[in-house]
Design a protein around this ligand. Structure first.
Ligand SMILES: *[C@@H]1O[C@H](CO)[C@@H](O)[C@H](O)[C@H]1NC(C)=O
Ligand SMILES: *[C@@H]1O[C@H](CO)[C@@H](O)[C@H](O)[C@H]1NC(C)=O
Ligand SMILES: *[C@@H]1O[C@H](CO)[C@@H](O)[C@H](O)[C@H]1NC(C)=O
Ligand SMILES: *[C@@H]1O[C@H](CO)[C@@H](O)[C@H](O)[C@H]1NC(C)=O
Ligand SMILES: *[C@@H]1O[C@H](CO)[C@@H](O)[C@H](O)[C@H]1NC(C)=O
Ligand SMILES: *[C@@H]1O[C@H](CO)[C@@H](O)[C@H](O)[C@H]1NC(C)=O
Ligand SMILES: *[C@@H]1O[C@H](CO)[C@@H](O)[C@H](O)[C@H]1NC(C)=O
Ligand SMILES: *[C@@H]1O[C@H](CO)[C@@H](O)[C@H](O)[C@H]1NC(C)=O
Ligand SMILES: *[C@@H]1O[C@H](CO)[C@@H](O)[C@H](O)[C@H]1NC(C)=O
Ligand SMILES: *[C@@H]1O[C@H](CO)[C@@H](O)[C@H](O)[C@H]1NC(C)=O
Ligand SMILES: *[C@@H]1O[C@H](CO)[C@@H](O)[C@H](O)[C@H]1NC(C)=O
Length: 721
């Protein structure tokens, strides 16, 4: 039941509300002819608020005219006014007395919205013997009036309505009907020639201006006499008989949307609605009050330096400079953030790089090396290079700076700031477990100063794999000079022996004269560099220990330098100084024969140069295998001696090989003989020598003359077969 009650109540409320609501489809502002009819007024059923219905007379007027009762509405505004016309009251005389007299009467409707406007209208009388009265018993009971006198026309002041020819008075608020009468006290006697009539009327004050001619027969008002003609009059309209407060909560409350209510008077006669500030339109319609775009309407409400911004119901003025400041502020703060951000980013990156460098430095035994250097004092020559320094020296490891490349890594040519040219070796792999040993070697090797050893200047430990910096040797490797087409046979025997001798001396020095014995482990023609004077410089020793032992072998195999590898060492893994001797032997053979240590063109057993040479020697074919130029330049004895030395170096058992010191001394001796060839010998001797086993041969004293070499060689070769 309760629910049904509520529904019923809701329905009742709905119907009650609809009494004041417009039907859908009603125009916001209706038109009757040229006159616009704003809501709450209307001319169609359902489109007006109750009691605000006007009649649009379309049958008798073209264009049609709206009427409120008998009164034509000329204009009606939402501000609460309407224009109508009113009758004029008059009273005329001639010499015989009263001729014509009219009173004026108007009566609107009791419960309608209209009253005569007390603010916009004035009760006005014109005449020089005039008493005018306005009385009302409709809405507000009152009687008012004014009197106007003038003896002669000259006393009248044109334009002034102050009781001389014209008088005016106000009316009270709230009247909806009145009577106007006008009388004279002396029947206009003595005035008839210029003022026979008196007129009285209620008129829109701004439409009336007193004119002296109005007193005489030219009076505009005379034209209205007896014909019911009109003067303009203003009506007020309001939502009737309630105050804002009373209406506020009722369903009949007329103010809709963004509107405010205002009393039309202090005595509770009614109210009107006004759109709230910042809105305009019809406050009596739902959604009738619309936001005013103050910025687009006319001149900007803001100052020239300000930017106008419209808001719902209002607007704001933003200082353009402020705006610019705000924009600039935003932009600059963004910029600031960006700069700081990138600064931080680069800073962090740089820091990280530094940390990495430091990490590598420590990992690579940098501290150890530093310690060694400092403990060694002034004598220490090892230099620790920074990664940056070497990057700059090699033009950031540009490929045009590469001077050598292989399984071990890459060698770059670098130019230090002091214009020293260096070779920088960048290995491929590092073994952290042997760092201490590596550092020791670097330190020791960099202390070695020998004219036939490539000087290790220092190293850089800030990279993942340590970089080694050597003095730069300009003229390529011995291997190039022996095997390269370009350098082919460019080396004289004399030079070859000298190079061999220098190499042997360097190795001997390393084995015996250095502070601790150093084994090169990778003696080969490619590791013997030549400078511009073809002086031998042994390179790349010791550092190979950076790579673990087993890997060294693998690398060596892959490199194809197997031909140099001491077979004993290869089998036992036992590294001795004699391994270097063996490898040197191979280099010596290379110098003599110009053959590569491994040659696939030879038979299986003779593929390795050492085997081939030893076999050739055994079969007395020495002169078959020697290089042509060598045979041209050298004496048979001497060549045999060198060959014998090589053969001894190549002994399978390490202990049977001479020491590097012995080799160096022997070579030095042989070299001197080549430089001063003076001993003649004969074919028989040579023959016997070649036939002999190498044991016990001292390699000195038996040298053959250069001029007889060719013949001897031929014979020797024949003997060898
Ligand atoms: C009324 O409207 C018509 C055309 O609609 C126009 O010709 C006429 O002048 C208007 N009259 C007044 C008094 O505005
Ligand atoms: C229109 O006006 C004429 C003359 O004033 C009147 O006779 C007629 O009844 C009016 N028509 C309407 C529909 O009020
Ligand atoms: C209505 O009255 C106002 C105020 O007196 C006047 O300015 C306006 O011209 C009048 N409108 C008409 C249509 O008479
Ligand atoms: C005065 O007016 C009346 C009525 O209109 C007329 O009968 C009479 O003759 C007039 N008298 C004079 C002197 O004009
Ligand atoms: C005004 O006068 C009439 C009669 O003249 C009377 O009936 C009415 O009550 C009066 N109204 C007021 C508000 O005094
Ligand atoms: C006009 O005034 C005279 C006397 O001054 C008086 O006799 C007469 O009745 C008045 N007429 C009217 C209509 O009030
Ligand atoms: C009165 O009216 C007549 C005719 O309309 C005119 O000739 C005369 O000048 C008028 N008198 C005055 C004072 O305006
Ligand atoms: C307003 O008028 C209506 C009808 O004319 C009447 O029923 C209602 O009581 C009046 N309200 C007030 C507050 O006078
Ligand atoms: C109107 O309603 C509000 C609450 O919605 C209430 O506070 C106020 O007192 C009411 N006013 C009247 C006149 O009833
Ligand atoms: C309207 O008038 C009533 C009664 O005089 C008063 O209580 C109310 O505050 C007024 N409202 C406004 C908006 O002036
Ligand atoms: C109604 O609103 C208009 C525009 O906002 C304003 O000019 C006017 O003074 C307001 N009238 C009243 C009575 O508040």
């Amino acid at each position: 039941m309760g629910c049904c009650w509520h529904m019923l109540l809701g329905l009742l409320l709905l119907t009650a509300a609809s009494a004041f609501d417009r039907k859908p489809g009603c125009p916001e502002t209706d038109m009757c002819g040229n006159v616009s009819i704003p809501y709450p007024f209307g001319i169609k059923e359902g489109c007006w608020r109750e009691g605000f219905d006007l009649v649009c007379n379309v049958t008798h007027y073209r264009p049609p005219k709206p009427f409120w009762g008998a009164y034509e509405i000329m204009e009606i505004t939402l501000e609460g006014q309407a224009n109508v016309t009113a009758y004029v009251a008059s009273d005329c005389y001639n010499k015989s007395g009263s001729t014509e007299s009219y009173y004026s009467h108007m009566r609107l409707s009791e419960d309608g919205p209209f009253t005569f406007s007390n603010t916009l209208n004035k009760f006005t009388a014109i005449g020089c013997d005039t008493q005018a009265y306005i009385t009302s018993s409709y809405g507000r009971n009152f009687t008012s009036g004014c009197m106007s006198f003038c003896g002669e026309k000259e006393t009248v002041i044109d334009g002034l309505c102050t009781g001389i020819g014209c008088c005016q008075t106000s009316i009270p608020q709230g009247a909806w009907g009145f009577n106007i009468e006008v009388n004279s006290s002396n029947n206009h006697i003595g005035l008839l020639d210029f003022n026979p009539c008196s007129f009285a009327f209620l008129i829109a004050a701004d439409q009336f201006k007193f004119n002296i001619n109005d007193l005489s027969n030219g009076s505009q008002y005379e034209r209205y006499l007896g014909k019911g003609k009109e003067v303009p009059l203003m009506l007020d309209w309001a939502i009737w008989n309630e105050t804002c407060k009373q209406a506020e909560n009722s369903t009949s409350y007329a103010c809709k949307g963004s509107s405010t209510c205002y009393n039309i008077s202090t005595n509770g006669l009614g109210y009107r609605c006004n759109c709230s500030k910042g809105y305009e339109g019809n406050p009596y319609l739902e959604g009738g009050c619309k936001d005013i775009d103050e910025c687009k309407r006319g001149p900007s409400p803001c100052r020239a330096t300000e930017k106008c911004e419209n808001k719902e119901g209002s607007f704001s003025c933003k200082h353009r400079i402020q705006l610019i400041v705000v924009i600039l502020g935003t932009v600059s703060s963004l910029l600031f953030v960006f700069i700081v951000g990138s600064w931080l980013y680069w800073g962090l990156k740089k820091r990280k790089l530094l940390q990495l460098k430091e990490k590598f430095f420590r990992q690579n035994g940098g501290l150890l090396l530093q310690q060694q250097i400092t403990s060694h004092g002034v004598g220490a020559t090892t230099k620790i290079f920074s990664a940056e320094e070497l990057e700059r020296a090699t033009n950031n490891y540009h490929e045009t700076r590469i001077i050598g490349q292989g399984g071990y890594g890459t060698v770059y040519k670098g130019i230090l700031p002091n214009h020293t040219i260096v070779a920088i070796k960048k290995s491929k792999i590092a073994d952290e477990t042997q760092i201490e040993q590596f550092i020791n070697e670097v330190f020791i090797l960099s202390q070695i100063i020998h004219r036939n050893v490539v000087k290790l200047l220092g190293c850089c430990l800030e990279t993942q794999v340590p970089l080694l910096v050597y003095e730069f040797i300009s003229n390529g490797t011995l291997s190039d000079h022996i095997h390269d087409e370009a350098h082919s046979s460019s080396l004289s025997l004399q030079n070859r022996l000298r190079i061999a001798s220098e190499t042997a001396e360097a190795l001997s020095y390393l084995h015996f004269a250095a502070s601790i014995p150093i084994f090169h482990r990778d003696v080969k023609s490619a590791n013997i560099l030549l400078d511009e004077n073809l002086t031998a410089k042994v390179a790349d020793f010791g550092a190979s220990r950076l790579v673990p032992l087993d890997q060294t072998q693998i690398t060596t195999l892959v490199q194809g330098t197997l031909g140099y590898l001491d077979p004993e060492y290869f089998h036992t893994g036992q590294l001795t100084e004699k391994s270097d001797v063996y490898s040197f032997g191979v280099v010596l053979v290379e110098l003599l024969t110009g053959e590569k240590p491994i040659c696939m063109n030879r038979s299986q057993e003779e593929r390795s140069l050492s085997m081939y040479f030893v076999t050739s020697l055994k079969e007395h074919r020495l002169f078959e295998v020697l290089e042509n130029r060598i045979m041209d330049e050298g004496g048979v004895d001497q060549l045999v001696a060198v060959a014998e030395l090589a053969k001894r170096c190549l002994k399978v058992k390490g202990e049977e090989r001479p020491s590097m010191k012995e080799v160096a001394m022997e070579l030095e001796g042989l070299r001197r003989v080549v430089e001063h060839p003076w001993v003649q010998t004969n074919l028989e001797e040579t023959q016997s020598l070649l036939g002999e086993s190498s044991e016990g041969y001292n390699g000195k004293g038996r040298v053959i003359g250069q001029d007889s070499l060719t013949n001897h060689t031929m014979s020797a070769l024949e003997i060898g077969r």
